[in-house]
Write a protein that binds this ligand. Sequence first.
Ligand SMILES: N=c1c2ncn([C@@H]3O[C@H](COP(=O)(O)OP(=O)(O)OP(=O)(O)O)[C@@H](O)[C@H]3O)c2ncn1[C@@H]1O[C@H](COP(=O)(O)O)[C@@H](O)[C@H]1O
Length: 116
Amino acid sequence: MSSNDTLQRLADVIASRRAGDPDKSYVARLFHKGTDAILKKIGEEATETVMAAKDGDREKIVYEVADLWFHSMIALAQFDLSPADVLRELERREGLSGLEEFAARKAQARDQQEAP
Ligand SMILES: N=c1c2ncn([C@@H]3O[C@H](COP(=O)(O)OP(=O)(O)OP(=O)(O)O)[C@@H](O)[C@H]3O)c2ncn1[C@@H]1O[C@H](COP(=O)(O)O)[C@@H](O)[C@H]1O
């Protein structure tokens, strides 16, 4: 079983919770609270990830990144997106050096500024 399958299975459960009962499901409750509440959780989980990493606690890093991915997936669903969309973007970037991509973006911005 691939990790893509795991992400997609979780995405399916998350999608099924959009019409769920907020009293019976954590995900349904978060959807019910709305976008700001979802984004707040992402901020919290990102901070907790940073703190775990600063402590060098490998087990905690995995735990917090799982929380971060999970809440990011709820945000994706909130905007009708899925892990497949993110994986496609990562695949598009495959083999493209981050430094080259950065330089290309800078050059493009410069060209746009200089255009009459
Ligand atoms: N992967 C997860 C998952 N990861 C984390 N969490 C919940 O996310 C919350 C994380 O919040 P915190 O760490 O901040 O802990 P907290 O103190 O409970 O939250 P706050 O009071 O601080 O807001 C906890 O309540 C966790 O239980 C998750 N809840 C659900 N899932 C998956 O989603 C599925 C659907 O869940 P329900 O919608 O609850 O049925 C489950 O079967 C799981 O597969």
